[in-house]
Each structure stands twice: as structure tokens, then as C-alpha cells.
Design a protein around this ligand. Structure first.
Ligand code: SF4
Length: 729
């Protein structure tokens, strides 16, 4: 038996795994006892990874060779790699020639490795000259990015997992950590066991398994987070709990924020949030960390954990900023156990941001809007310039394709025909686009059915490269077995397209993609080294982090500049922030209502989220019967009081309808929700919900209902709320 150290491909906790194989086949998996994210533990999903990679599953679900669909509506037929790549390059080149570089778009994934992301980003921005490259990380972390940058000056989570053991108060907002980040939750349980005095506050519309552990549960109404945080600050100011010294020394803009929160009394917030005023005051007191401390003594440290409940919102940036304000106002940042800590949804959403793989970013946290940053990147890449005009973000990209503006789409490692909001528009986009390439490991995704060209990609256990988890920790991903069939690595496919397009767009010039080596690993390392060099002098400087260092010392946090012997556990301990004046910024924002409040026509508030044992569109987890033991079928959960009003009994089928679409699902009584709210997991696609469209394609899942409205700052859509009606089917 061989054993190879790697990383779990599911969530942003980034647990280390040891893959067992017999050389050809993955036979087992166990937690890596030396990985600092999990110290050997794995959750249900991680511990069953090998079963999803077994030979029978691979043969049934994997895309194993390129396939071309001669015409829409016809079956795709196998072709060889050269023909596939030549066709793809010719169609993309023709589109660029005829309509310009912005007529093409690349839609990628937070599950790609950093090396994959890097090549795609350089291909789009450096070679083709379009910023139309975005990823499903836009649906996941872009509000956290915008919140960090607006307040702290950089997209850098300042805390780390070790802080869980130091915190005296945990403030968990919009995160069902118990299900979405199970190994972090195990560490919370450990911290609570070691320190029973630690206070846990959970703010969430649903009484989740995470909320069950809370000392104070705040079941706030959907979308009311900014009002809750502003009201907590109001209480802190009124009671003298803010740290005026920290505010004066290390921040700017507090007077403006004071003016905004002046009216946010707990009583006013109670009406907006649906919470008792005294609970808001208690949350403020615990968060401030002043209880029982000596005059002038150190505060009890507070750590915030937050996720999609804050991010997937039309107020996503404001929600993130309002929570970070609480940390800055109390000096609760940069010390052990204190700070804002966004939990990353996907395994490498962070790595994608590091290479600039979003429509508004450039490598190493550079901003596209900054001419100096564009010039630096052009110099690093050896091109004349990188385009200044903003690219289309996820929702905008598919709207542009639906409108006929984007004519060729390249989709890698993600399933927009299930995961994007407003599926009617997304599917119109996929049908209207003149050429759709889907680069995928799995043949079974809803998006694959819209592809003109399907390109088989490698996946977990077959790939080599790096990923970055929620605490800025970079881990190696290693191959344990060879690629099945004709599957190729994602960066190899991007590189092959780039080399063909170079012949057309830069004939006779030296290649921009000089990644050579005897093995795929050597080429991937060459890409990593180029990426490392782009970070020199930046906040995430990793010029000291060679693959040899990762090999010798294991996963490391950034920054890790040249000459460093270790990464940095937590940021801003000195109170100096990466802003022009070195001060963190308060960026006041008043609470704004939901983009689509419940109405007489659509009276229910629909929220969406994850199940404990499933991942995204179930391409992998859906292959394993035992992962359906926790939730065996899709269900619309609603409060028991609401069922009889609609003449429904548990198990009945109901039409669930929003302004954009309708699905049919069985209803389930669930008193973890408030009356008037309904919940449905994001994982179930049309194939689970039954029914097929007239084209024979599965209907969409819950995202047939969700709204494409997005946060103006982050462009992250409001997947966490839509107004719906429910009628017996
Ligand atoms: Fe994988 Fe996340 Fe589970 Fe860790 S917590 S084993 S990274 S799914």
C-alpha cells in the first residue's frame, strides 16, 4: 500500500488527508495527524473520499475523454485531445477576431488549485486581454473580500484556528459551522470543554446544530445583520465599552460611524431584527469582553466566525464591515483569541483570490482599477498592458451571455446550471452562447448537458498543486494515482488553449507560458514559482515558500517572505494596517432592507444552505449511498404552524414559486425555523426534484427560485433570501 499526503477537496477548513492506494486505485483515506488544520480528524465527507474515487464510481460518473456535440440537441461524440483543443482554440480565436476579447468569458471554481487558477487568469487577462474571468467564489467569499479591503485594507483574514482555543467569547454569525465546517466545529467543542466559561453567541435565522451550542442564540430575521451589529455598537458606546485608545491610535472614520449608529437603539433594532432588546445588549456586553476585568486590564478576547449568512446578501459588504467595526471599536483584533475570521466555503477560494482570479482583481491582491498595479502585472507577465475595464462578475457574465454580448463561454470545475441564482436566465445564457466549453471531472453535471465541447479533467487524488484554507494556510495537494482515461490536469488544459491562442494572437513572439519540466509536478511547480514571484513585497508575500519548504516543514500560513522560517499566525498585532495611513477604517453603512422582502403575493422568506454530508451539486458526494443517511431526499422545511394553514401535511408535495421560477418539493415540518420562513438545501438539482424540461434536461433545483440581485460592493448575489409562495401540488 502507498500513502500520499494531500488535502481534502471539500470545504475551506482545508484538512490534511493521507490517501492510501495500491498504485492504480485509491483504496483508503485517513486524516493527516500532522496537518495543523485537523490533526488527523476528518468529517463524514472527508473520511469517505476514497469511496467516491473507487473504480466503479469513476467509470460510471467520470468524463473520460473529450466529446464534441456536432449540433445542439444532438448527442456528443468522442474526439481526440488535439482535435478538441484545436476546435476550442479556433472557435475562441474567431470570436475574439469578430467581436473583440470581451466577447469571451471564463467561469472557474474555488475548487481549482492555485496553479490552475494562475494559468487561466494569465490566459484571460494577459494573453486575450479580457477581464471576463470570474469564479463561483463570487457566490461564496466576495463580500468577505470587500469587507476586509474596505476596513482593514487587504483581503487577509487576520485570525487563525488556534484562536479558537484562546477566545473567551465566540460570536458566530451566518454560519452553521457544525455542518458546513465540521472540523472547525470539533475545535470549538474542544475549546468549550477546556474552558466552560467561554461564551458562545450564534446569530442565525435558523436554530441550527451550531445554535444548539450557544449560550445566547439570536434568531434574527433574514437580512437584518447590519442593524444588529450597529445596535451592538450603539450599546457599547452608550455603556462606555469601546476602546477609545485603540480607536484613536489605529483607526479612522469613527465619528461618521457614531453618527450612523446613534439611532440604532436596541429597541429600534428589536423591531427590525425580531430580537429582544435585552439580548442585543447582552451580545454587546459579551462581545466587548469587559465583564469582570480589572480597570485598565486586558479584555476577554472575542473571535467572530462568519460565512454565507453575511456574504450571500445584497448588503454583503456592509454586513462584513459592520461586524469588523465591532472588533475595531473594542480593540478585539490582532491578539490571541480576538479578531474577525471569515470561514471560506470552498477549498481554494482563497488561493484563487491570491492569483487575482476574479473579474476585478489582479495577481497578489492587486487592484485592476489601480494603474500602477496594472503596470506591475504587465511587467511581471511580459505583456504591454492588462485591460483596465472591469470584467463581468458571475451573475453579470451569464446575463451578458443571455443578452448575446458574451458569445463563447469556458466553464471549468463548476456547475452554473445548478449553482447560480435565477436559473431561467442562466440556462438561456447557455443556450444563446455560440460556443460553450465545459472542462469537468464529472459527466453528470447539469451544465455538461449544455456543452458544445466537453473536456475531461482530473480531480482529487489525481492532481498536484497547492490550495489555501480559511486561515491563510497553504497546503500541498498531491496525486496518488494516474489520471483515469484521457483526463488531464486543469492547468494543462488551460495551457494547451493558451499555446494555441498565442500562435494566433502573438505570432512569432516568445511564449508567455514557459512552464516546462519532465513531469506534470515539475510544470506545476514552475507555475507556483511564477506566482510566488508576483507576491514579492505584497501583503501576502510568499517568496520564501518554495515547494521544498512545504515538503520539509508542512503547510504554512502567509505571509512567508524570503528569509522567513515560518508563516505568520495572526495579522495586525502591532495595530498597523495595510492602508495608505496605516489605520484601519470605519466605513459606516446603515441597514438596508432585503432586495425582495416577503409580500402578499410571495409571503414566505426562503433561505438556502448546506447539508452536513453533501457537497455543492453532489457530483461526488451523490455517488455514495451512505452520505444520504443524514438527509435522504430534498425537502422544503417549514414551521409546523404553517403547514395546516396551507392544507399541507408533512411529506406532501408543494409548488414553491418565486418571481423567477417554480419547483416541486416535499414539505417537512421543522421548528428550527420561525413561522413564515422556509429552508431548502442548495445541493439538490432537478434530477432529485423530478421532472424534465421539454429538451429532456433536468429542471433546476432551488436556484430556479433565488434572485440574481447582488451587493453593489462585492457583486455577490443574495442567495440567502428570496420571497416565495408555497401551494399544495
Ligand atoms: Fe474535508 Fe471540510 Fe470535512 Fe475537513 S471539515 S474533512 S476539509 S469537508
Amino acid at each position: 500500500m502507498q500513502e500520499n499526503r494531500s488535502t481534502c477537496p471539500y470545504c475551506g477548513v482545508g484538512c490534511g488527508v493521507i490517501i492510501q492506494s495500491d498504485g492504480d486505485t485509491i483504496t483508503g483515506v485517513r486524516g493527516d495527524p500532522h496537518h495543523p488544520a485537523n490533526f488527523g480528524r476528518l468529517c463524514t465527507k472527508g473520511s469517505t473520499l476514497h469511496l467516491t474515487a473507487s473504480r466503479p464510481v469513476t467509470l460510471q460518473t467520470r468524463l473520460l475523454q473529450p466529446q464534441l456535440r456536432p449540433q445542439r440537441g444532438q448527442a456528443a461524440h468522442p474526439i481526440d485531445w488535439d482535435a478538441a483543443l484545436n476546435t476550442a482554440a479556433q472557435r475562441f480565436a474567431a470570436t475574439i477576431d469578430r467581436h473583440g476579447p470581451d466577447a469571451v468569458g471564463f467561469y472557474l471554481s474555488g475548487q481549482l488549485l492555485t496553479e490552475d487558477y494562475y494559468v487561466f487568469n494569465k490566459l484571460a487577462k494577459g494573453l486575450i486581454g479580457t477581464n471576463n474571468i470570474d469564479t463561483n467564489s463570487r457566490l461564496c467569499m466576495s463580500s468577505a473580500v470587500a469587507g476586509y479591503k474596505a476596513t482593514l485594507g487587504a483581503d487577509a483574514p487576520p485570525a487563525c484556528y488556534d484562536d479558537l482555543a484562546h477566545a473567551q467569547c465566540l460570536f458566530i454569525a451566518g454560519s452553521n459551522t457544525a455542518w458546513a465546517h465540521p472540523i472547525v466545529f470539533r475545535r470549538i467543542e474542544d475549546a468549550r470543554a477546556a474552558n466552560p466559561a467561554m461564551k458562545i453567541i450564534v446569530a442565525d435565522p435558523r436554530r441550527t446544530d451550531t445554535a444548539a451550542m450557544a449560550d445566547l442564540f439570536l434568531p434574527l430575521l433574514p437580512g437584518s445583520d447590519v442593524m444588529l451589529f450597529n445596535a451592538m455598537l450603539h450599546v457599547m458606546l452608550r455603556e462606555g465599552w469601546v476602546d477609545q485608545g485603540y480607536i484613536a491610535r489605529h483607526t479612522s472614520g469613527f465619528a461618521d460611524l457614531q453618527a450612523v449608529v446613534q439611532d440604532c437603539t436596541p429597541e429600534r433594532a428589536a423591531a427590525v431584527c425580531g430580537l429582544p432588546p435585552q439580548d442585543i445588549a447582552t451580545a454587546a456586553r459579551w462581545f466587548a469582553g469587559v465583564e469582570g476585568i480589572a480597570e485598565g486590564g486586558p479584555r476577554r478576547p472575542t473571535l467572530s466566525l462568519y460565512c454565507q449568512g453575511l456574504n450571500q446578501s445584497t448588503s454583503g459588504t456592509a454586513k462584513n464591515a459592520a461586524l469588523i467595526h465591532l472588533h475595531l471599536a473594542c480593540g478585539q483584533i490582532g491578539q490571541p483569541g480576538a479578531g474577525p475570521f471569515s470561514l471560506t466555503g470552498q477549498p481554494n477560494a482563497m488561493g484563487g483570490r491570491e492569483v487575482g482570479g476574479l473579474a476585478n482583481l489582479l495577481p497578489a491582491h492587486r487592484d485592476m482599477a489601480n494603474p500602477d498595479h496594472r503596470a506591475e502585472v504587465a511587467r511581471l507577465w511580459g505583456v504591454e498592458s492588462v485591460p483596465a475595464r472591469s470584467g463581468k462578475t458571475a451573475v453579470e457574465m451569464f446575463q451578458a451571455a443571455a443578452d448575446g454580448e458574451i458569445k463563447a463561454l469556458w466553464i471549468a470545475c463548476t456547475n452554473p446550471a445548478q449553482s447560480l441564482p435565477d436559473q431561467t436566465t442562466v440556462r438561456r445564457a447557455l443556450q444563446r452562447a455560440e460556443f460553450v466549453v465545459v472542462q469537468e471531472a464529472f459527466a453528470t453535471t447539469a451544465t455538461a448537458q449544455y456543452a458544445d465541447l466537453l473536456l475531461p479533467a482530473t480531480t482529487w487524488g489525481e492532481k498536484t498543486g497547492t490550495v489555501t484554507n480559511s486561515e491563510r494556510r497553504i497546503s500541498r495537494v498531491r496525486a496518488a494515482v494516474a489520471a483515469p482515461g484521457g483526463a488531464r490536469h486543469d492547468w494543462q488544459i488551460a495551457l494547451a488553449l493558451a499555446q494555441r491562442l498565442e500562435r494566433h494572437l502573438r505570432p512569432g513572439q516568445p511564449t508567455l507560458f514557459p512552464y516546462t519540466g519532465d513531469t506534470a509536478q515539475a510544470c506545476a511547480e514552475a507555475i507556483w514559482n511564477e506566482h510566488r514571484e508576483t507576491t514579492r513585497g505584497r501583503d501576502l508575500d510568499i517568496t520564501g515558500l518554495t515547494w521544498a519548504a512545504l515538503e520539509a516543514d508542512g503547510p504554512q500560513q502567509w505571509p512567508y517572505p524570503s528569509g522567513a522560517r515560518a508563516g505568520r499566525a495572526r495579522l495586525y498585532a502591532d495595530g498597523v494596517f495595510p492602508t495608505p495611513d496605516g489605520r484601519a477604517r470605519f466605513v459606516p453603512a446603515a441597514w438596508q432592507p432585503l432586495s425582495e422582502p416577503p409580500s402578499a403575493r410571495y409571503p414566505f422568506s426562503l433561505t438556502t444552505g448546506r447539508l452536513r454530508d453533501q457537497w455543492h451539486g453532489m457530483s461526488r458526494t451523490g455517488t455514495l449511498g451512505q452520505l444520504f443517511g443524514h438527509a435522504s431526499e430534498p425537502a422544503l422545511q417549514m414551521h409546523p404552524q404553517d403547514l395546516p394553514r396551507l392544507q399541507l401535511a408533512a411529506g406532501d408535495l408543494a409548488h414553491v414559486t418565486s418571481a423567477r421560477g417554480s419547483i416541486i418539493a416535499p414539505v417537512q415540518a421543522d421548528d428550527t425555523l420561525a413561522p413564515g420562513q422556509v429552508f431548502m438545501a442548495m445541493h439538490w438539482g432537478g434530477e432529485y426534484l423530478g421532472g424534465r424540461s421539454s429538451m429532456g434536461r433536468p429542471l433546476a433545483g432551488v436556484n430556479a427560485l433565488t434572485t440574481p440581485a447582488f451587493c453593489p460592493g462585492s457583486k455577490q448575489p443574495e442567495l440567502k433570501h428570496a420571497a416565495v409562495k408555497v401551494l399544495k401540488a
